[in-house]
Design a protein around this ligand. Structure first.
Ligand code: NAD
Ligand code: UDP
Length: 337
């Protein structure tokens, strides 16, 4: 497998994965509608790797454009990142999320089917575990959607399962990401959220650089070691490496496989603040506020399956994640130009 189509490849996780693919000499085509990213990310990836990826400005809702793409190029596999991901927005505009994420994926699979390309890596999420009963969470845990965004991920998982059941020449890797953070060690590519960040790490880096006054810590009364919520933060470069391992797995024609991608370690919000202060030398002002509705107390992965079957391990710890997130923020105070 050498020719890889990456949907959503100019986004946060996509750009880090394209970089890893180019380093490993894959030939890469990226499609993106640039609704939540800038082409600059790909330019920087090309500069860092001194290699080129082919880019096409395509929306997954544009069936004609997808068909033309598959007619004019050959791919061995597709890594499918493209999708909308803001939980709050998905509650306000569920139809936008169902249309973009679900219809977009169906369009992609139809175009792949027509072209006879049946190897797919899909970006799923730990959100499919809903509010988990216990952690670490193995892949066989019960699945539940707790918001429209999560329902799109869960629905797509079911669609891909049924597609594989109907035609077992499909090979599909469902990758359930835990909390991707950090940035490439160069500080050239990273997470570039629009407006005020919803997620913890970009919020912290913006407080550190003075764009935001203080961090609101959502809930100080969870049943955890310090009362704040626990998550499994994973460095985006480790996550990117997991995608290369998943492609290698697809070469074994495994059918449909599911893997958690996390570190297997839980860190509380206070742990993250402390690690960030240590990595950056900056004090993070914060106040404890009420819990954010819908947040689980504790959520971290059982990663033994991915460790064993993908032969993949994370290499970077929380301090590395904080250092690299901070480096990216300092070098790019306003994100990509
Ligand atoms: P991102 O927004 O940075 O990247 C997604 C990319 O998809 C963007 O470049 C966007 O422009 C593009 N896109 C969206 N809709 C499209 C469409 N219809 N046609 C073409 N391009 C389209 O997000 P990310 O953080 O890199 O996430 C990548 C994937 O991983 C998403 O599917 C997301 O749901 C999933 N995921 C992300 C996280 C996270 O915390 N970042 C966690 C779990 C799962
Ligand atoms: N969090 C917080 N303040 C913020 C953003 C997040 O305290 O401004 C907490 C949140 O309650 C959760 C953790 O940080 O316990 C990670 O939240 P994030 O939104 O980054 O990811 P999620 O796990 O919700 O997908």
């Amino acid at each position: 497998m050498k020719n890889i189509l990456v949907t959503g490849g100019t986004g946060f996780i996509g750009s880090h994965t394209v970089l890893e693919l180019l380093i490993q000499n894959y030939r890469v085509t990226v499609i993106d509608n640039l609704s939540n990213s800038k082409l600059e990310s790909l330019k920087r990836v090309e500069k860092l790797t001194r290699k080129n990826a082919h880019f096409e400005h395509i929306d997954l809702l544009d069936v004609k454009a997808l068909e033309l793409l598959f007619q004019s190029s050959h791919f061995d596999a597709v890594i499918h990142f493209a999708g909308l991901k803001a939980v709050g927005e998905s509650v306000e505009q569920p139809l936008k999320y169902y249309k973009n994420n679900i219809s977009g994926t169906v369009n992609l699979c139809e175009a792949m089917n027509k072209a006879g390309i049946k190897n797919l890596v899909f970006s799923s999420s730990a959100t499919v575990y809903g509010d988990p009963d216990s952690s670490p969470i193995p892949e066989k845990s019960p699945l539940k959607a707790v918001n429209p965004y999560g329902r799109t991920k869960l629905t797509i998982e079911y669609i891909l399962r049924e597609l594989h059941t109907s035609d077992n020449s499909w090979n599909v890797a469902l990758l359930r990401y835990f909390n991707p953070v950090g940035a490439h060690e160069s500080g050239e590519i990273g997470e570039d959220p629009n407006g005020i960040p919803n997620n913890l790490m970009p919020f912290i880096t913006q407080v550190a650089i003075g764009k935001l006054k203080e961090l609101n810590v959502f809930g100080g009364d969870y049943p955890t070691h310090d009362g704040t919520g626990i998550r499994d933060y994973i460095h985006v470069s480790d996550l990117a490496a997991g995608h290369i391992r998943a492609l290698k797995k697809l070469e074994e024609k495994p059918g449909l496989v599911v893997y958690n991608l996390g570190t297997g370690k839980g860190s509380s919000v206070m742990d993250v603040i402390k690690a960030f202060e240590k990595a950056s030398g900056k004090k993070i002002p914060y106040k404890i506020t009420p819990r954010r509705p819908g947040d689980a107390a504790v959520c971290y992965a059982d990663v033994s399956k991915a460790n064993q079957e993908l032969n993949w391990q994370t290499k970077r710890d929380l301090e590395d994640m904080c250092r690299d997130a901070w480096n990216w923020q300092q070098k790019n105070p306003n994100g990509y130009p």
